[in-house]
Design a binder for this molecule. Sequence first.
Ligand code: MN
Length: 294
Amino acid sequence: MRLAVFDNHRVGVVEGDTLYDVTSAVPEAGPQWPPVYMSRLIADWATRRPQIEAARHASTGVPVASVTLLPPNPCPVHVFAAPVNYARHVGEIGARSVSAGKSPNEMCFFMKATASLVGAGGTIVLPKDSARRFDHESELAVVIGRTAHHVPRAQAMAHVFGYTCLMDLTMRIEPGIPQEERVTRKSFESFTPFGPFLVTADEVPNPHDLRNRLWVNDELRQDARTSSLIVDIPGLIEMISSVCTLYPGDVIATGTPEGVGPIEAGDTVRIEIEHVGAMSLPVRHAEAYAPRRF
Ligand code: MN
């Protein structure tokens, strides 16, 4: 099943190019803060899936293109991310990376602010007039389905609810400029495009053999397969759950392959992951300066 969140925090099921509104089966959905209805739906999925299916059959579809897609979980408790994680990306950006020469096995994971999530219907917004370099990273995201604490890799895949596309956008460090923490540089509002839909695990035949591609305008910048992940999905769940508890609806960005590069205002960035989906977001500069400029 492909789950969507759209417009004013409504929930949909997507089949082909058609979206079926199933909000009647998610009574807690809506814009009131905090928007945690998808995490609750995921936590109770076994009992609630039949209600979602019934609502889908009672619904008249509309074209997906006629709605505005929000992140398919707007407010996960955690957004975890793996650094690097494809061998051919290691060292690729040299001194602009704090990961230079290190493996994801050594570095483990980092966090992105939940507030950096944006849906497929959103826009990537760069700080106004910034001279810094902002890069794209094309990543498969795993969405957790069950509370996971100290999960050994042999049991890890049973904790996966589904998958989405995710762009891990990053402000790079520069020689001569004080180095901000990685979490700061990756947490600007809209720096985590996430979607377009949440695809349940039963629809993805092998998450470790998916083509992952990203284009800037018409230029193919990244093209790799998830079979090249250094720390695979069970490894990431084992590692993260050894440190803290993962909750239903939590997101793990699995790391970027080679080919990362800059994006600029006026560009359109497209991500496509086999069996998971595709989305394109425009890039623009913010209209106003933040109190702290970057
Ligand atoms: Mn990344």
